[in-house]
Design a protein around this ligand. Structure first.
Ligand code: SF4
Length: 294
């Protein structure tokens, strides 16, 4: 079964890695870091290694989970899947070979749309634009489709073989079902969008959450989707709706899909998600939705 989630803009989460280290002000009240501490106390096996107390915390050491790598292949119902809601795939200590295995699973699980979000877009860009990395993804796909010891149900295995057979040297890269995004909390971090713009991706998106200030430098060239939200929790930093109006107007002007997730406050739902009396729950147009006439 897929991991269910209360995150409004996705339908499931998949965590082949867990844990991370804080790198910028948007990380100060990291939801994942706090949740990992609770999951460790509950005895959850994925959250038993402690990270550096200066940048991470209990149960939040960066950890690779081999046994989670194939999970989305077993989920038959198509869904949007947020990759690494409890980590950052762009973390420098995620081995390149492991990231290639994550991308091989996404390439073979074509029924899903994967949403990959990082605060380290430069590292991810360098990987995704490298032919060596693409070759590693391809080699892993071949292994998954031909190795009978890989633990997959029979029906799933035959689907994997069919998909791998259609993915050859001429196949699409970037992967058509993988969205790549980066988080920006304030104007200083608009430079992350510059890296994202140069990243090979079918869909590029920005997460302005928690939004901590106005972002007048934001350029939406080559961006398909923007998520905006205020911070929640006991120490939340307040959102000024004027910042969100600026983003709404920019998105409307540039015809970029907008998802306003929450105003924020002591709890995620405390402030609601209305902006001037309406909700914004748009998604980008993908090849899959176009094919379905959506
Ligand atoms: S990069 Fe993301 S997961 Fe990592 S500490 Fe910052 S907010 Fe948390």
């Amino acid at each position: 079964m897929a991991d269910s989630t209360s995150i409004e803009w996705t339908e499931a989460t998949w965590n082949p890695t867990t844990g991370c280290d804080r790198i910028s002000p948007g990380c100060t009240h990291c939801y994942a870091l706090n949740l990992a501490k609770r999951l460790k106390a509950m005895g959850q096996p994925k959250y038993q290694r402690d990270g550096d107390p200066r940048t991470s915390g209990p149960g939040f050491a960066l950890t690779m989970h081999e046994d989670a790598l194939l999970e989305p292949l077993r989920w038959r119902r198509p869904r949007k899947v947020f990759v690494n809601s409890m980590s950052d795939i762009g973390h420098a200590r995620v081995p390149e070979a492991f990231t290639a295995r994550i991308f091989a699973t996404m390439a073979l699980a074509q029924q899903h749309q994967f949403q990959v979000l990082t605060k380290r877009p430069r590292h991810l860009r360098r990987l995704l634009e490298s032919q060596k990395f693409v070759d590693m993804v391809w080699a892993e796909m071949e292994r998954l489709s031909s190795d009978d010891t890989v633990p997959l149900p029979r029906l799933v295995r035959s689907g994997v073989r069919q998909r791998a057979a259609h993915w050859n040297a001429l196949s699409p890269w970037p992967l058509p079902n993988v969205w790549i995004g980066t988080s920006i909390e304030s104007d200083e971090y608009c430079r992350r969008a510059v890296e994202l713009r140069r990243t090979p991706a079918a869909i590029r998106f920005l997460s302005l959450e928690p939004m901590l200030g106005p972002v007048p430098s934001l350029d939406l060239t080559a961006i398909d989707w923007v998520i905006v939200g205020g911070e929640s929790g006991p120490q939340h930093r307040p959102l000024d709706l004027a910042w969100v109006r600026d983003i709404r107007d920019l998105c409307t002007d540039r015809r970029v899909a907008l998802f306003f997730k929450q105003v924020g406050g002591p709890t995620p739902k405390a402030g609601g998600r209305l902006l001037d009396g309406r909700t914004w729950s748009q998604y980008p147009t993908t090849a899959a939705t176009e094919a379905a006439g959506a």
